[in-house]
Design a protein around this ligand. Sequence first.
Ligand code: SAM
Ligand code: CO
Length: 286
Amino acid sequence: MSFEKDDRRAPRVGTVKEVTSLSNPIIKDIRALSQKKHREETGTFMAEGLKLVIDALELNWSIRTLIYAKAAKGKAPVEKVAAKTVASGGLVLEVSEKVLSAITRRDNPQMVVGVFESHYRPLGDIRPKENETYVALDRVRDPGNLGTIIRTADAAGAAGVILVGETTDPFSIETVRATMGSVFALPVSRAEPRAFLDWAKNSGAEIVATHLAGSVDYRTIDYSKKPVVLLMGNEQQGLPAELADGAGRLARIPQQGRADSLNLAVATGVMLYEARRHLLSLDPPE
Ligand code: SAM
Ligand code: CO
């Protein structure tokens, strides 16, 4: 890398490793992050693309390793994130495209990949405030759905996403990809159903569950009186009785046509924009 001599944030000689072999143990460890087990063991995950890495660093996520393609070397934004990585004690790897392809399991990989420390917001830390909206997802299975929901919740100004029960991993490469970086912006919490219900009961929020058998038209609910938790059911099974019973309301989105139900991420988007309608405007916030 070509840094100015007096740039104190520049990586020192020897801090950037060049790697071209797939059998390099550091590369093996990074590739293993495609498995949930290894993400959990290490408390780390991968994010692809320069934009995501820049977003994550701006939002103070801890980077362990920055990996970039030889072709990206010398580009100012890449050197900047490399310098930040070194400054925070991380490792910088310059690799071949073959190695990047293997790490991301893609034919045309992004030029930059970051390995970050994963982080959940403890549910007990959440005290819903006025005008806040949370999305709670019962056993969400599909990484694309979860990523899309995190992205949509971020866009709609929600305050967080709560994963209830056994769900797909918010830090899988597919989910992170689908969030387009919103996984770094929006706090994610997780809880077992019982703990979620206990929290919900004492949260002061209105729990609005969505259900195909709901009797309340989702547009008739007043979402402005209290903070709101939108509770969404599993893709295949919908909400179990245990969770549905814990909610103040069972809301339904009217449907015509032949479809049995809406896709989970679409239903969540519809609910979010209705619940936050009175809070959203095209005028930029002050
Ligand atoms: N077979 C499932 C069932 O019978 O509940 C379908 C689940 S649907 C694909 C996934 C989730 O999206 C539902 O549990 C619910 O939270 C939400 N959803 C989808 N369409 C909805 C609608 N028309 N009204 C309310 N919620 C809906
Ligand atoms: Co292993």
